[in-house]
Structures are given as C-alpha cells and as structure tokens.
Design a protein around this ligand. Structure first.
Ligand SMILES: [Zn+2]
Length: 316
C-alpha cells in the first residue's frame, strides 16, 4: 500500500497507462495482494498505515484522482475489503463513509464545473479525460459507491448516483458496447478496463441496489457483446484479457443462476487453458495479477467454485 500511495501521489502527473501497470502489476505493490497478506498475517501496523492514509486521501488539497486503479475508489475498495475480512474494529464505518462522501463531493464539483449537473450529477476524469470503464472511469467509481457497505444515504443513491449511471447507459453504442471515454467514438475495446465487460459489473450492482429490470437487461446485453467479441488477442489477463472478460459471465451467473453464463465462462476458461497458443502478445509483465498469468490462474481457480468467484481488487 505504501508503494501504491507514494507512487500514486508523487507520480500522478507524469503517469501513463503503461507506467500505471508498472506498479499496479508488480505483485509487491499490488493493493489486494499486500492487504491480503496483512490480513492473513495479522499485521496490525500495516492496517494502521492503511487508515493513516485517509488524511492524504481526504485532504481538499490532494490532487488525487477518484478512479479505481490509482485513486479514491481504489482506497475505498481497500477499506471495504479489510472491513469485510477483519471487521469494524480494523476499519470503522466512519472512515468508510468519509471516503465515499469525498468521492461523491469530488464528482459533484466536476459535474458543476462542466455544467453537467442535470445530466450526470457525479462526473470524474483521469488525466483530463472522462473515462467510462471500470479501471479509470465512471463505471468503476459508481460500482464502488454502490457497495452496500459504503452506506451512502438513500437520497445520494437515488438523486446523484442513479442518474449518473443512466447517463453512462445512454452512451452505449448500437452494438451494445461502451466507449472508453466521453470523447472517444470508436467502438473498439471490449475489456474490463474499457468497454462493456467493466460496465456490466456496474449494471449488475445497479440492478441489485435499485431493483429495476432495465439494469439487468442491459447487463445481459453486455454479456452478448462479450460472448461475440470478448476473446482477446491482448492476452489472458484480467484487465484487458480473456480472463477478465470471463468474470463478467460469472457475475451474470451468480446473479441469475442461468447456466448459459456459466457455459460461456467455461468456454473462455478453455481458451485460457490453451495459454500461449493463440498468437496473443506477451504482456510487459507476464506473471502479474492484472496483465499476466497470475490473473488468469486466479480466474481458472475461481472456476472450481463459480458461485464464490470474485474479480480480485474489484468485487467484494
Ligand atoms: Zn486494461
């Protein structure tokens, strides 16, 4: 976590997508891997360190983004994870609420600045771009804010979050896929990080929270896009690879118990089991959790118990 935050703060302005993966995909620096080791080893001092970071995260002067991989939504995930695994004595609800509220306030501010309060009351950007996907964009941030354990008030959910989610829904391409950012009209990427596979998780969570069928239907539509276009030549990883896309099927399966989605996850698992035979490019960090073999193995291991599957560092 120290690596995550220190790199995140000091290199924020210079960071590129590739740089991002340099530390995100280094297993020594990766948030959930390190937190999981603290949890299993009972390293309370590390837990305190996690809590101490809130001062920087909450500071109005912090030039911290809100997205999942480097920003406040990732920090919120870390808090929710420890809270779930260890309990309220390790991470208290007040801290969780403060961080969730800071993310909401940041989104309101940008939305007001951009005069989008009517259409999209919670707006976020990363490196001056308003991304839509799970890794850097609106879908990932909304997904984390929708977590029941974040305990946002009902009026924030209904008056700010729901119209913002609907704004993303209306950006859908005719194909059913989603743009990578509000300024990008190209229907190209079908990744967890950019495109329908990440937005699907937001829609599933919106269905669970708001109980409106339109969210479930559109999540299922995302599933069709992934089934048609989701076997990726970029590799087998979870961020922009076939394993990450298969987690979308598992999410639909866990929600609906429809075996069609499990079948699709199995077929993607078969593809991953033929590792290295599809002419995919080798990731820069071939063993890493997000880009490489570790993520694919995590997915294949989850296929043993699909009902308990969990996209690492994202699903709770
Ligand atoms: Zn990616």
């Amino acid at each position: 976590m120290d690596g995550w935050m220190i790199d995140g703060f000091t290199e924020l302005h210079a960071i590129t997508h590739k740089d991002a993966f340099q530390w995100m995909t280094d297993s020594n620096q990766h948030i959930p891997v390190r937190i999981q080791s603290w949890v299993s080893c009972g390293q309370r001092s590390q837990g305190r360190q996690l809590l101490q970071l809130q001062h920087s995260v909450l500071s109005p002067d912090a030039e911290l983004p809100d997205e999942l991989l480097y920003g406040r939504a990732g920090y919120l995930y870390a808090l929710l994870y420890v809270h779930k695994e260890i309990g309220g004595h390790a991470v208290d609800q007040t801290t969780i609420t403060k961080v969730a509220t800071a993310i909401v306030e940041s989104g309101k501010n940008l939305s007001a600045e951009q005069k989008k309060a009517e259409r999209c009351p919670l707006l976020y950007e990363w490196h001056k771009k308003q991304y839509l996907g799970a890794a850097h964009g609106l879908a990932g941030i909304y997904y984390m804010l929708l977590q029941p354990a974040a305990q946002l008030p009902a009026d924030v959910l209904s008056e700010l979050l729901r119209p913002s989610i609907d704004y993303v829904r209306h950006k859908r391409f005719r194909s059913g896929n989603f743009p990578s950012s509000l300024s990008n009209e190209s229907d190209r990427l079908v990744h967890w990080c950019h495109g329908a596979p990440g937005v699907l998780h937001m829609l599933v969570m919106a269905y669970k929270v708001f109980k409106e069928d339109k969210y479930l239907k559109e999540a299922a539509d995302c599933g069709e896009v992934i089934w048609q276009r989701g076997l990726l030549r970029k590799g087998y990883g979870i961020c922009h690879g076939t394993a990450g896309n298969a987690y979308a099927f598992l999410s639909l399966y866990k929600l609906t118990q429809d075996k069609k989605h499990l079948y699709r996850a199995c077929k993607f698992a078969e593809w991953c089991l033929d590792y290295g035979t599809h002419g995919c490019r080798i990731p820069d960090r071939p063993y890493s959790l997000f880009e490489g073999m570790a993520g694919a193995i995590h997915f294949l291991s989850d296929m043993e118990k699909p009902e308990a599957s969990c996209f690492p560092a994202f699903e709770l």
